[in-house]
Design a protein around this ligand. Sequence first.
Ligand SMILES: Nc1ncnc2c1ncn2[C@@H]1O[C@H](COP(=O)(O)OS(=O)(=O)O)[C@@H](OP(=O)(O)O)[C@H]1O
Ligand SMILES: Nc1ncnc2c1ncn2[C@@H]1O[C@H](COP(=O)(O)OP(=O)(O)O)[C@@H](O)[C@H]1O
Length: 298
Amino acid sequence: MIAAGNRPLICYSTPEFGLGDSTTPKLGFLKLPVSNCSGKGFGLHSDEARSSFSVKAGEGSKVSYVNGKADLIRESYDSINDSDGKSICQMSTIGNSTTDIVWHKCSVEKIDRQELLQQKGCVIWVTGLSGSGKSTLACALSRGLHSRGKLTYILDGDNVRHGLNRDLSFKAEDRAENIRRIGEVAKLFADAGVICIASLISPYRKDRDACRSLLPAGDFIEVFMNVPLQVCEARDPKGLYKLARAGKIKGFTGLDDPYEPPLNSEIVLQQKGSVCASPCEMADTVISYLEEKGYLNA
Ligand SMILES: Nc1ncnc2c1ncn2[C@@H]1O[C@H](COP(=O)(O)OS(=O)(=O)O)[C@@H](OP(=O)(O)O)[C@H]1O
Ligand SMILES: Nc1ncnc2c1ncn2[C@@H]1O[C@H](COP(=O)(O)OP(=O)(O)O)[C@@H](O)[C@H]1O
């Protein structure tokens, strides 16, 4: 299925697509080669797609139509006219514009979901160097809250990079996109009423702050794993620091790539002298904070 912005495209076709007669619009799935779904364009530029067709992008009562040649829909929709000379600029929402999208409200809201769950949705954003204990804390926290009957979900940078963010590298703009996407997903979880634990290096202050700004005040709780580089490197459970020191990984955070420590995080977890609190103790610190701020009640 093809998506137009965040709306599905429901297609009906001329007979050569084998979806029935062309005069009666039918809902169906039009299998077209799509070579680029992420950029401005649709990517319908294969020879196989050079047939006349109609595409309908709709959600509820909002519908946009395109009638034309598939190979015309490439980069810009603003300048394309259909066979009657009518502009089909509605399709410009396929890019990154949000001007033609209307928020659809539902009578079941966040407050209702929170009531059901007896908790408040929020995002606990765990940031720190590789090896600082982010994933360990996330698990301990999830376990601790679960045992109190609270619903959590972990978005771990490593794990999300196996799926949603598998197209992203570790260069600065890809890290920013990784963080942006996880921030948006975390926001959805919080809206669902879930206590979402996002655990990723997120080295840049501006990217973390952008995620904070997606949420209502107080609902973004930044936890800084303030563990010295030497400690992280000595732990090196995946052997990545060793590889980076050997020059086999370039741009490794803390070595040859920056980490900007938070300036005002809600919680800072750090060693006392040379003693590091256990993961359970750290999780308890976060749980106490949530309790105090009322996140463990509706
Ligand atoms: N170049 C480089 N720099 C830092 N980390 C690297 C790199 N290459 C791979 N890894 C592994 O990827 C994990 C970090 O992914 P994140 O999504 O958390 O990173 S980021 O927020 O986009 O910076 C990180 O996982 P953690 O050790 O759990 O932090 C590493 O295992
Ligand atoms: N509080 C802690 N005290 C001692 N070791 C820890 C603690 N938290 C994590 N570790 C260890 O540090 C290493 C890195 O932890 P991990 O959670 O994978 O870090 P990150 O997700 O930040 O890369 C692991 O070997 C883990 O067992």
